[in-house]
Design a protein around this ligand. Structure first.
Ligand SMILES: Nc1ncnc2c1ncn2[C@@H]1O[C@H](COP(=O)(O)OP(=O)(O)O)[C@@H](O)[C@H]1O
Ligand SMILES: [Mg+2]
Length: 308
């Protein structure tokens, strides 16, 4: 029996914060159908160490149910990106993860353990079980290849499309992320389109995998403020339409609170607080969370912008 079966499905909206060392938050499904949602990601006691043994992430636990959204928030260097990478077994060389990271491998099947999994096993999970959109869309794109060819990659791989059907699907994928003039974008190289357009392309490629879980690591941080809110609104809509689960990573609580319903606050690699967005924004308990709330308010009056 693996960790996934032991822990069972996430209870809607359930939240436990246990005694001293580890805190757990479970982002349940949105209110609606009564059937309990399957867990798409279950992280238990995740610890990430350098090759010298220094812990950069310590004893982190959280879970995400199908179709629900969890924000991971904390200042720069708090361990958010390493956590996101560990979920996909993508830690930089020399770093090791311990604890457990279980991804749902199929609709109803048992989950798959990522920690210690072979590269072959990980390749089978990446894309379908979970995929990631990074802060800098150029990292996801090949500078020497036209956009059309790059978007075709996952559509060919995941949906088995070829020829005219593939060309149609590429165009549709770009239309779904509301890219104007998709025919021009298809022929363009990454440097010929704007940063916001590149992030839409990266999102189109991630969505083409039809993942159960989308991980977005600071997906709008590199964009201008107006473009940032457009891309956030797009992400919000697409995740809802497709009933995808979302792990949204950002240093900016205002941004996190606009797209997620539960939040884990990370400081120096440890969770210091977790709860619903509403609880965290209205009644932060930890001084660090209070600072994040203050700076979010200061930046953009986060409270007015809570849409969920
Ligand atoms: N490849 C690496 N080698 C050594 N230390 C790293 C590496 N990547 C990240 N770190 C360190 O791990 C900590 C957490 O990093 P990261 O997860 O990128 O933070 P965040 O995404 O919250 O800004 C930081 O102290 C960072 O310096
Ligand atoms: Mg980061």
């Amino acid at each position: 029996m693996n960790e996934f079966e032991k822990s069972g499905p996430a209870v809607p909206g359930a939240k436990t914060a246990d005694a001293k060392t580890s805190r757990t938050v479970a982002a349940g499904p949105a209110p609606g159908p009564a059937a309990p949602a399957a867990t798409v990601l279950d992280v238990r006691g995740l610890t990430i160490r350098t090759d010298q043994g220094r812990a950069l992430v310590s004893d982190l636990s959280f879970s995400i149910g199908a179709g629900s959204r969890l924000g991971l928030v904390g200042e720069s260097g708090s361990g958010k990106s390493l956590t996101a990478l560990a979920v996909l077994g993508l830690l930089p060389p020399g770093m090791t993860a311990s604890g457990s990271v279980v991804l749902a491998a199929g609709a109803d099947g048992p989950g798959a353990e990522v920690v210690g999994a072979s590269e072959q096993r990980l390749t089978g999970l990446r894309g379908r079980a979970a995929t990631i959109v990074f802060q800098e869309p150029l990292t996801a794109l090949d500078p020497l290849m036209r956009i059309g060819g790059q978007v075709a990659g996952p559509l060919r791989r995941w949906r088995g499309l070829r020829g005219a059907a593939l060309r149609r699907a590429v165009r549709e994928a770009l239309e779904q992320v509301r890219l104007p003039e998709p025919d021009r974008i298809i022929r363009a190289y990454p440097h010929e389109i704007s940063g916001g357009q590149r992030q839409r392309v990266a999102l189109a490629m991630a969505l083409a995998c039809e993942p159960a879980l989308l991980i977005a690591d600071e997906p709008t941080t590199a964009l201008d403020v107006t473009v940032q809110s457009e891309v956030l609104a797009l992400l919000d809509g697409l995740v809802a339409e497709r009933h995808m689960a979302l792990l949204f990573v950002s240093h900016d609580l205002a941004v996190v609170s606009a797209v997620t319903d539960h939040v884990v606050v990370l400081k120096d690699g440890s969770a210091v607080e977790s709860g619903t967005v509403d609880e965290i924004v209205r009644r932060p308990r930890h001084p660090y969370t209070r600072d994040l709330v203050d700076s979010a308010r200061h930046l953009e009056s986060a409270l007015e912008r809570i849409v969920r």
